[in-house]
Write a protein that binds this ligand. Structure first.
Ligand SMILES: CC(C)(COP(=O)(O)OP(=O)(O)OC[C@H]1O[C@@H](n2cnc3c(N)ncnc32)[C@H](O)[C@@H]1OP(=O)(O)O)[C@@H](O)C(=O)NCCC(=O)NCCS
Length: 333
């Protein structure tokens, strides 16, 4: 397990306000190992779903105690009927029957999401063995967007030369509209503040201030205008800067910024990168991670009422530790 400076800082921060995080994938040893390190640092209380004897054996075999770790079997939960009714009430208008709700309430991802909705947990980390859609859909249906008229998106926290950056959206909205890109910019600025950054949001394109043309350039330019208008009306006013359309070099390099985007408060200093579509966001963060060894935490969801985060199926133990700590930090109101 590789403990970096940034990961250590996340654990320290999470421990300042201990939250209860559900880990539905107790059949996976990476999850059990990550839970041990998080519990040892008292960075969160953990509720793991799975077979109690097997999980207990995993820890005793390694001489690890289970302080701060609870094991729960959803099928045997005394609250199962309460959760099924809760789900039914929330989804009956969408056509869900009580019978369907009873079946779904024992599905591990739904069960964890319902625990959060019922106030029995503060966050959830899943996806080591489930697809993004499986993790994200119950979150969107049950926990829902924190702002009624804003979409939920995702972000990756990238740590490059010990400096964190927010990249959005690598996982949820495949081809965002101008409005969705604007929502993403605001949600990413909120995420940046939550993780200690002073957000300078670059709306990225292959064009800077009209140097290139095309439908995608227009989309990013219009999204920038919408995002700036949203910012003016939001509590983030004065706490974030948003600018675009910018090329990545203009966003990051002061010398290029002076030439291509003189006067911009973002260009040359951007720490939040908004991509025009999921393809670019997803490919960019994975390229940086693989070519450059950049630390990548995410995708984390942003704009939800309470935090549920998705793991990559290739996640390493240290990635899972980071995601649990991030989820606990997001859970602080
Ligand atoms: C996230 C995702 C699973 C949502 O799936 P979907 O098919 O749009 O979900 P549904 O249409 O069933 O919508 C479920 C609910 O979520 C809501 N919803 C969907 N996307 C949303 C968003 N971005 N923000 C807020 N709410 C959203 C819908 O309005 C719907 O609400 P309702 O049922 O209460 O009316 C889908 O966008 C997706 O597959 N994204 C790409 C995932 C991926 O492959 N990522 C790359 C690898 S990491």
């Amino acid at each position: 397990m590789k403990m970096t400076k940034y990961l250590d800082s996340l654990l320290t921060r999470a421990a300042q306000n201990v939250k209860t995080i559900v880990l539905p994938e107790g059949e996976d040893e990476r999850i059990l190992e990550a839970a041990h390190y998080v519990a040892e640092r008292k960075a969160a209380k953990l509720i793991i779903f799975g077979k109690p004897e097997e999980i207990k054996k995993f820890y005793t075999d390694r001489n690890w105690n289970m302080e701060g770790i609870e094991v729960l079997v959803p099928e045997k939960s005394p609250k199962i009927n309460q959760y099924a009714s809760l789900l039914y009430e929330l989804r009956k208008a969408k056509g869900m029957t009580l019978e369907e709700a009873e079946k779904l309430a024992v599905n591990y991802t739904f069960h964890g999401t319902l625990m959060m909705k019922a106030g029995d947990a503060d966050g959830m980390v899943s996806g080591a063995n489930h697809s993004t859609a499986d993790t994200v859909r119950p979150a969107l249906q049950i926990i829902k967007s924190a702002h009624k008229d804003r979409s939920v998106s995702s972000a990756a926290i990238m740590v490059i030369n010990d400096k964190p950056y927010i990249f959005s959206d690598p996982a949820i909205i495949i081809n965002p509209t101008e409005q969705e890109m604007a929502d993403m910019a605001l949600a990413s600025a909120e995420t940046a503040i939550q993780f200690g950054l002073n957000p300078k949001v670059a709306m990225l394109s292959y064009s800077t201030y009209g140097s290139g043309a095309g439908g995608m350039v227009d989309k990013v330019r219009n999204a920038t205008k919408l995002a700036q208008e949203l910012l003016e009306k939001s509590p983030l006013k004065g706490k974030a800067e948003i600018d675009g359309e910018l090329q990545a070099d203009a966003a990051l390099d002061e010398v290029v910024a002076k030439k291509k985007a003189p006067g911009s408060k973002v260009a040359g200093h951007a720490n939040v990168m908004i991509f025009p579509c999921l393809e670019v966001g997803n490919i960019s963060y994975k390229l940086l991670q693989r070519f450059y060894g950049a630390e990548a935490y995410g995708p984390i969801m942003q704009g939800l009422n309470a935090p549920i985060n998705d793991l990559s199926r290739g996640a390493l133990v240290e990635d899972i530790i980071g995601m649990i700590a991030i989820t606990a930090i997001q859970a602080v109101k």
